[in-house]
Ligand binder design. Structure first.
Ligand code: B12
Ligand code: SF4
Ligand code: SF4
Length: 306
């Protein structure tokens, strides 16, 4: 359906996505095998939720048997600031400076689904943002948005990698875009060389060593050999900060939900150190940081002071 496909893409841009493409769902053996081998190597650390739904993640038809088209979209969250703008001496990933992207990007995905429903009332669709058992980066590459860099994130030519990804899975056929077939990393290894914990091998990440995993996903005490969070109290941006595609092509977002909350920048070290549960709730209401809970961020702060 060429006209519908075009109008879906136009609507996606109007809703506020910067990148959009459509791909035909397939059982992608390469990604499925990579997922299998990643899990077999225990690179997922304690993220058992990936193991539990690996069959769906590796085969989109297990998740949504009727799927015929995947609209993949990306939204730029780069606010124009960097870690030096935080006055507390701790580092907190830029994706978590504003509101929770899950809710916000999903609401935009639902707007797009609603638009399609007005044209085809019988259409069945699922909106995915991060938490659904699908491999969002390979899907975005297949839909032509960009390529997976050596740091494993999806990079676009025109915005770098500061993009959240999401998809609309539909049970109707559409016109499909060509995959992004180039790898524009070339001989660069800046991300691998800069990772303070050696979590990256080209195109593969070992979550057991990754500060993002340790500070967000890991529950309880940090493993003895991975206690150094290198100043980060939530997430880690180093491999993306050093990437030449972000240094040259980042564009400041117009989205107000992704703008930094004042106190994240203004708080001094004492404020962070003295933060109690109420302070945590107030500062991180409707923020992705609530995922670690107060106990997680407190552990990270204490760890950086020990
Ligand atoms: C699990 C997860 C994590 C884990 C694991 C990260 C990872 N690289 O897999 C942790 C907690 C560490 C994490 C961290 C971050 N995440 Co995360 N995460 C996810 C999630 C939920 C699943 C990713 C997944 O399937 N991983 C499993 C592995 C197998 O997948 P993969 O990296 O795509 O693997 C490919 C290659 O590495 C390679 N490969 C892997 N293993 C092997 C083995 C062999 C032998 C071979 C040949 C190849 C190969 O092939 C695979 C397929 O192409 C996605 C959302 C989603 N539903 O997809 C978000 C997602 C990837 N995360 C995202 C973000 C923003 C982050 C952080 C930047 C947050 C932060 N600032 O702290 C960091 C980035 C760290 C990094 N360098 O990747 C965004 C990335 C957006 C983008 N532009 O790419 C996503 C897409 C969420 C979203 N909706 O926007 N994340
Ligand atoms: S997010 Fe940080 S710790 Fe994880 S791979 Fe990138 S630089 Fe390394
Ligand atoms: S830093 Fe270099 S190697 Fe790493 S993702 Fe960016 S371009 Fe690719």
């Amino acid at each position: 359906m060429p006209n519908l496909s075009l109008s879906i893409k136009e609507k996606a841009l109007e809703i506020g996505f910067q990148k959009v493409g459509i791909t035909k769902p397939i059982v992608d053996e390469k990604s499925r095998k990579a997922l299998e081998s990643w899990l077999n190597d225990d690179y997922h650390a304690t993220m058992e939720w990936i193991v539990r739904r690996k069959d769906e993640r590796g085969n989109i038809f297990e998740y949504f048997p009727e799927v015929q088209s995947i609209v993949s979209f990306g939204i730029n969250y780069f606010s124009g600031h960097n870690q030096n703008d935080l006055n507390g001496g701790y580092k907190l990933s830029n994706y978590a400076w504003g509101d929770d992207y899950h809710d916000y990007v999903k609401s935009k995905g639902f707007q797009l689904l609603q638009y399609i429903k007005e044209k085809i009332p019988s259409v069945k669709g699922i909106v995915c943002v991060d938490t659904s058992p699908v491999m969002e980066k390979p899907l975005a590459q297949k839909a032509g948005l960009g390529w997976q860099g050596k740091h494993t994130n999806l990079i676009t030519r025109d915005f770098g990698s500061w993009l959240f990804l999401g998809e609309l899975l539909l049970d109707i056929p559409l016109e499909y875009d060509s995959p992004f077939s180039e790898d524009l990393c070339g001989s660069c290894t800046a991300c691998i060389d800069s990772c303070p914990t050696q979590a990256l091998d080209a195109y593969i990440l070992d979550a057991r060593k990754c500060i993002s995993y340790l500070s967000i996903e890991h529950r309880g005490e940090l493993p003895n050999n991975q206690k150094d969070l290198h100043g980060w109290i939530y997430g880690c941006d180093i491999c993306q900060e050093v990437c030449p595609w972000n240094q040259k092509f980042s564009v400041v977002t117009k989205e107000s939900p992704f703008q930094p909350r004042e106190n994240i920048f203004n708080w001094r070290k004492e404020d962070w150190n003295q933060m109690d549960e109420d302070g945590f709730r107030t500062l991180f209401k409707k923020s992705p940081v609530k995922r670690t809970k107060f106990i997680g961020i407190k552990r990270n702060i204490n760890q950086n002071n020990s």
